[in-house]
Design a protein around this ligand. Structure first.
Ligand SMILES: CC(C)(COP(=O)(O)OP(=O)(O)OC[C@H]1O[C@@H](n2cnc3c(N)ncnc32)[C@H](O)[C@@H]1OP(=O)(O)O)[C@@H](O)C(=O)NCCC(=O)NCCS
Length: 166
């Protein structure tokens, strides 16, 4: 099932907060950060770019990414979130493919994704790995004792982009 993709505006601020919280995997302060980044983006900060997926007027998911400061052609994918009722229906794949196409057009070379080693993130890590993201580093205890930072990379120059299908 596919959604339509378009920017996230001020009108979607509350929906974005609600759906980020509804996933149940983010801490309250992480939810606040997502909203903060949207506010910065809407205020004109080009370091944070948002794309939303929609069913009619309903925001069903979003991605947030931006250039990694101090690098050449490296971008961080900060967030990709799909509303629980919409998960597993291809929306995340659709969003990820659209972000990658945009990044390629913007001259991006390398995409960095940070996630957690916690058990709740097993499906998320599988989602990335099956779309060409390779585990590059693991920082033990980074988020909390027993909760490691997992860093994934996708090199857009090595021809694996075709592996993310929308
Ligand atoms: C990870 C996430 C963005 C994937 O989006 P999605 O729309 O559910 O994914 P799709 O339907 O396009 O693809 C399904 C794939 O994702 C995996 N997946 C990950 N989380 C899933 C979930 N909660 N429900 C269903 N499938 C999920 C499936 O195993 C499936 O893998 P495969 O196609 O390689 O076999 C979404 O599930 C989500 O928002 N999860 C919670 C928030 C999160 O972890 N975000 C990433 C960290 S910032």
């Amino acid at each position: 099932m596919s959604c339509s993709l378009r920017p996230v505006g001020r009108a979607q601020r509350a929906q974005l907060e609600r759906l980020t919280r509804a996933t149940g995997v983010f801490q309250p302060e992480e939810v606040a950060v997502a909203v903060e980044l949207l506010d910065e983006s809407l205020a004109g900060d080009d370091d944070y770019r948002f794309l939303g997926s929609y069913a009619g007027d309903e925001l069903t998911g979003y991605a947030c990414w931006g250039p990694t400061p101090g690098t050449r052609g490296t971008y961080d994918l900060y967030w990709i979130v799909v509303e629980p009722a919409w998960q597993g229906k291809g929306v995340g794949t659709q969003l990820l493919a659209a972000v990658e196409r945009q990044l390629l057009a913007d001259g991006c070379r390398l995409i960095v994704v940070e996630t957690s080693s916690r058990a709740e993130y097993v499906p998320t890590r599988g989602f990335y790995e099956r779309r060409g993201y390779r585990p590059a580093a693991r920082l033990p205890g980074y988020y909390a004792p027993g909760d490691d930072l997992m860093i994934y990379l996708k090199d857009l120059t090595d021809g694996v982009l075709a592996r993310t299908t929308a």
